[in-house]
Each structure stands twice: as C-alpha cells, then as structure tokens.
Design a protein around this ligand. Structure first.
Ligand SMILES: *Cc1c(COP(=O)(O)O)cnc(C)c1O
Length: 312
C-alpha cells in the first residue's frame, strides 16, 4: 500500500498473530489472540507505523523535507516521528507542551527524539491548547524557523493516519470476532473498525480520563470515510485515573501477565487493554465461542542500562 522509501529494516506486514492460552479466558469458552503490531518495525512500532506511513508518502510526494508535529514530554508519537525522520532523511521539529521543560534536562523520551535529530521547540500550555488556531500555528511556524513543513497533528491522527489503520482491520478479517485496541486519540480504532468485515466488531479501551473520545472517533470517521461506522464501541472504565497512571493494581496485573506469558507488557496502553479484556471475560461480557483479538501496539522498552549495571 505504501510507497514511502523503504525504511531499514523493512516493515513486517501483515503483523503476526499469536494465540495465548490463559485460563481466565478459556474457562469462559473464549480464545485470546494477540495481534503483534509491536513487531512491525523496531523504531516505528505498531500503530505509529501505520499512521505515519501514509503521511510520509504525502509529505514526500508534495516535496516537503521537514516534518513538524506536536506532543507531550512522553509522547510515543513524537518519538516515532523523530525516528521516521532519521530513517527517511527528513528534518523533524517537535513542538513540546510545557515551556518549563526547556530549563530542565531532557527526559529519556525527549532525549531519544533529540538523538534522532528532532529539533525540540517548547511552548507554554495555554499556547499549546490553541496550536491548531491558524494564527497561533502561523506564529509558531515562524518561531520554529521551519520553512514549508509538513504538519502532522498531535497524536498523528489525521485522515491519512486513519486511512492507514484500515489495513489493521483488513489483516484481522477472519482472525477475530471482537478486535480490541487501547485508545489515545482513537485514530487507530477509527481506521481499524472501518477495515473489519461486517461480522466483526471493534472495542476501544481509552487510556485517558474524560469520556470525550466517542464523538472524536465519530468525527474522525466522518472526515475520513464520509460517515461513522456502527461496528465499534468503547469501554471507558479502564483508564486507571488517567494517561500514564499506573496504580499498584495495574502494575501487579501487568507483572503477572508477563510471568504467565513471557510478553513484556507496555504500561501506558497495553496493560490497560489486557486488564480490560481480562475483566470483561470474567464479567461474562463475551459470549462463549468468541475469539477476542488484542492489538499489541507496543512492548515495554528495555530498562535503561544504568539500572541493571549496578547489579552486575
Ligand atoms: C499512540 C498509541 C496508541 C493509541 O493510538 P491512537 O490512534 O492515538 O488511539 C496505542 N498504543 C500505543 C503503544 C501507542 O503508542
């Protein structure tokens, strides 16, 4: 589908499927399958590859050499954009929420962005909230010194990104009754749902608190496909207090899941998804015979070398 200059190594598509035997599912007559989108590319994991790839095509086709995007201090999307820029030889500019961060040492996530060549531009939170106002954006572009950049929205979820995620749904045809994914902006769910076959449905687990996601996903689908699809739903109970919050109960669940299955469980998105599916299974929310397929969008990054070196 993509004509982006091939990244190295080449993306692994379709991503692999992996069935897990877990008694919390089997005793309810359910099959749990993982869709390993985390294995698509080492630097552009999961849905970030699917979302960025059509945008990179568009940027290159229109003659852009600079990518500009937005994110918080721990944004996976910023990291993925920085990595994509390095792999494709494009300049990248990251507009980061929080001008106080400019005074501090970079956190590991932003350090990685900088190492990939991303130029970081910090702005205060009030301006950040207004970043899509044409006037604010124009001022911002002047301030960054970016000439003619290709602008990707926060979280990367524009129509091209949603379109890119339809391939995830298409790859899941015949491999799920319910396909479930953790949601940030909901762009991945919006595209995946549109790519599924008519007898399948999509379930989204928002990791942010707020209950605003349903209308946003409908709007994304309207913009991309002309109308929303009726085959998805959200369960808003599993945000655990908000973005990147990992209370002890979630950590204990994730550690136990790792022990049972040897799968490193990324804490911000994937832990909440797997917790939700396990809870729904135990609640009897899925009819016996249902194949539940969980989209694994990332695996836990390796711990920093400094932490393990003390024990050697
Ligand atoms: C960005 C991200 C998501 C959420 O994707 P959206 O399209 O914003 O809903 C899920 N999992 C991981 C690991 C991510 O980095």
């Amino acid at each position: 589908m993509s004509t982006t200059p091939p990244t190295s190594p080449r993306p692994r598509l379709p991503s692999p499927l992996q069935e897990l035997r877990d008694d919390r599912f089997t005793r309810h007559g359910l099959t749990l399958v993982l869709k390993r989108d985390d294995l698509i590319h080492p630097d552009l994991p999961g849905n970030k590859y699917r979302k960025l790839s059509p945008n990179l095509d568009a940027a290159v086709a229109a003659g852009h050499t600079v990518l500009l995007t937005f994110g918080g201090a721990y944004s996976n999307h910023l990291r993925a954009t920085a990595a994509a820029g390095r792999l494709l030889g494009m300049e990248t500019i990251g507009v980061v929420r929080g001008d106080e961060l400019a005074e501090r040492p970079l956190n590991p996530s932003l350090t990685q962005c900088a190492a990939d060549g991303m130029r970081l531009h910090f702005i205060d939170r009030a301006t950040y909230r207004r970043k899509t106002d044409p006037e604010v954006l124009a001022t911002l572009l002047r301030a960054t010194g970016a000439s003619h950049p290709y602008v990707i929205p926060e979280g990367g979820s524009n129509s091209l990104a949603v379109q890119g995620c339809t391939a995830l749904g298409e790859e899941l045809r015949g491999h799920a009754h319910t396909a479930a994914v953790a949601c940030g902006t909901g762009g991945t769910l919006a595209g995946m749902a549109a790519g599924l076959a008519p007898d399948q449905r999509a379930l989204g687990i928002p990791v942010l608190k707020g209950g605003f996601l349903g209308p946003e996903i409908r709007a994304l689908q309207e913009r991309t496909f002309g109308a929303p699809t009726a085959n998805w739903y959200l369960d808003e109970r599993f945000h655990f207090g908000g973005y990147a919050r990992t209370p002890p109960e979630l950590t204990a669940f994730a550690n136990d899941f790792e022990d049972r299955h040897g799968l490193p469980v990324e804490r911000v998105y994937v832990a909440k998804l797997l917790y939700a599916l396990t809870a729904l299974s135990e609640e009897g929310a899925f009819a016996p015979g249902t194949q539940v397929t969980a989209v694994i969008t990332a695996t836990e990054p390796a711990p920093p070398a400094a932490q393990s070196s003390t024990s050697r």
